[in-house]
Design a protein around this ligand. Structure first.
Ligand SMILES: Cc1cc2nc3c(=O)[nH]c(=O)nc-3n(C[C@H](O)[C@H](O)[C@H](O)COP(=O)(O)OP(=O)(O)OC[C@H]3O[C@@H](n4cnc5c(N)ncnc54)[C@H](O)[C@@H]3O)c2cc1C
Length: 530
């Protein structure tokens, strides 16, 4: 198989970016700063993609998909001066509260147990485990802003990239390197069983590994996804999580402002229908309105399958390549629940001062695995797992005075959008409320409005194939130089002038901006060789 070489050998200043998700905006900002003429075309009425703040009931606002920040790249934040464009955190280093139905909650943060029924052995083990995973996650984090090397690629940057990756792993030292290589390919369930006694602690830590994936704790790759989640420091430190003031929309509003200030043009409500070609290179895009826009370079923030199979069309791709794209696994399992509440809820045995922290319902790893079992067979979990935040505790802009918003990522959700989807949504909502009721018996009476976005809704509203968090499963066979597909991991696609810049590329999903920045550098590097 031959790897794709950077294809845009012609200097052509105009770049069209399809999609104003956070990666599209980062890409736009870097390209515009480098003097390129950039037009960003976003289908939705507002920029931000799956990182937006929007009203879901009169007076109640919420971060509609992504709700916690932990991966946003520090260099991107600095380069684009996001603070000067309004980005600030309402809270960093949120604690995690592992909820127990009997009130025996465990509160932990940064590898330290703050309270709860945890043995001295587990307390010590958590500190060790967290520090070790942070060292491994740091190695992963160092790869974020590097273009993955081509397998067998012989140019200097490929050799340097491969050497740096090897060196980063080698610098872990003998014991850590062995452990890293041992656990990277196994499952988080086994690692947790080796390390801890407390089922509740293990359950909560298992959830961190599988959020956003179509994996259970016993699935291979679940250590990899855990390390990916921990590989940024935007939450305060590796593995920590933060709540941006004003929600995730503030992050993408700051990115949009940075891109526009650098000279990029942003057009919302402008869905692209197809990528146009002239011979065997891209010539621009055609909007659903029929308008055409000519450009020598088209960068897509849409997911790889949508970009290559729908907007471009498989007939323009070599058959084997198109097959690889078809095989990207994009079955989303994460749903998003938003509750408008007429007051602060009470959770059995939980100090009200902890309501603003990250609350997790994953009582033990077998529970999480059982929740996943149902999704394996295409049905909804009777007892899902939840990651809950109540942003209105920190930030009054989310709800009217005295009222509150609960935002929860819920796994594992049903997929299909076909006939009966509304009935299934109602049934799944009942199950979620049933689970929540075990921890907060009065919650149901406080609900004034609900919104439940299933993966099919996310696919529709945010135009993400399968509603998948990472625009396609993140796994060893879809990682680094194999992401999104082997042979095309350097952002340039096998068609002159076409690039990808979204979560489907290295380093994957989560609000981080690295894929957008790397794609911009790939476009500029190709232009500079013209
Ligand atoms: C339920 C859920 C919860 C999540 N929670 C978190 C979290 O708490 N923290 C976190 O860091 N990450 C979270 N994620 C993951 C994160 O939201 C995504 O990985 C991230 O938003 C991807 O960013 P992106 O810019 O690559 O793509 P997107 O955000 O998907 O943006 C792509 C953009 O392209 C646009 N587009 C697509 N097709 C077209 C077209 N034809 N024409 C014009 N525009 C088009 C879309 O409208 C969209 O705006 C979550 C994901 C889900 C699904």
């Amino acid at each position: 198989m031959t790897d794709v070489q950077p294809a845009n050998k012609r200097r052509d200043d105009k770049v069209v970016i399809i999609g104003a998700g956070h990666n599209g905006l980062v890409c736009a900002a870097y390209l515009a700063r480098a003097g390129r003429e950039v037009v960003v075309l976003e289908a939705a009425a507002q920029p931000g993609g799956a990182a937006v703040t929007r009203e879901f009931a009169p007076g109640f606002r919420v971060s509609a998909c992504a709700h916690l920040l932990y991966l946003l790249d520090a260099q991107v934040s600095r380069d684009l001066a996001l603070e000067s464009h309004g980005l600030k955190m309402a809270r960093s280093n949120l604690r995690t509260v592992a909820l127990a139905a009997d009130g025996g909650h465990i509160v932990h943060a940064g590898g330290k147990v703050e309270s709860g029924p945890v043995s001295p052995a587990d307390r010590a083990a958590l500190a060790d485990y967290h520090a070790r995973l942070q060292r491994f996650a740091r190695v992963m984090g160092k790869q974020h802003n590097r273009r993955p090397p081509r397998i067998g690629g012989g140019d200097r940057s490929d050799l340097l990239g491969a050497a740096l990756l090897g060196l980063d792993i080698r610098l872990l030292g003998r014991d850590d390197m062995r452990e890293f290589l041992r656990i990277a390919g196994i499952n988080v369930y086994d690692v947790l069983e080796e390390t801890f006694e407390s089922p509740l602690l293990k359950g909560t830590l298992a959830l961190d590994a599988v959020l956003g994936t179509n994996l259970g704790p016993r699935s291979n790759n679940s250590v990899l996804t855990l390390l990916h989640r921990m590989s940024g420091t935007a939450g305060g430190d590796y593995g920590a999580v933060a709540l941006p003031a004003g929600g995730m929309g503030t992050v993408t509003a700051a990115l949009a402002a940075a891109a526009q200030k650098s000279g990029a043009t942003l057009r919302c409500s402008s869905p692209v229908a197809r990528i146009t070609l002239e011979g065997d290179r891209v010539s621009g895009v055609q909007l659903e309105s029929g308008e055409t826009i000519a450009a020598g370079t088209v960068v897509s923030n849409a997911d790889p399958a949508r970009t290559l199979l729908q907007l471009l069309g498989a007939r323009h791709l070599e058959t084997g390549f198109a097959e690889r794209v078809r095989h990207i696994r994009s079955r989303g399992t994460a749903a998003k629940l938003h509750l408008a509440l007429d007051g602060l809820p009470e959770f059995t045995g939980l100090d009200g001062a902890l309501l603003g922290e990250r609350l997790v319902i994953a009582p033990d790893p077998v529970y999480v695995e059982h929740a996943f079992d149902h999704s394996k067979y295409g049905t909804a979990s009777p007892e899902p797992v939840l990651e809950i935040v109540m942003p209105s505790v920190h930030d009054r802009s989310f709800s009217p005075q005295g009222k509150h918003v609960l935002s929860a990522i819920v796994q594992y959700a049903p997929h299909d959008a076909g006939a009966g989807a509304d009935a299934r949504r109602g049934e799944f909502l009942e199950r979620i409320l049933g689970v929540l009721g075990k921890y907060s018996p009065g919650l149901r009476r406080q609900i004034v409005a609900t919104e439940l976005l299933l993966p099919a809704d996310i696919e529709r509203e945010f135009r993400i194939t399968g509603g998948h968090w990472h625009h396609g499963e993140l796994a060893l066979d879809r990682f680094l130089m194999l992401r999104p597909v082997p042979g095309a991991a350097q952002y340039a696609m096998p068609l002159d002038g076409l690039y990808l810049c979204g979560a489907g590329c290295h380093p994957g999903g989560g609000v981080m901006g690295s894929a957008g920045g790397n794609a911009a550098r790939a476009v500029l590097a190709a232009g500079s060789t013209a």
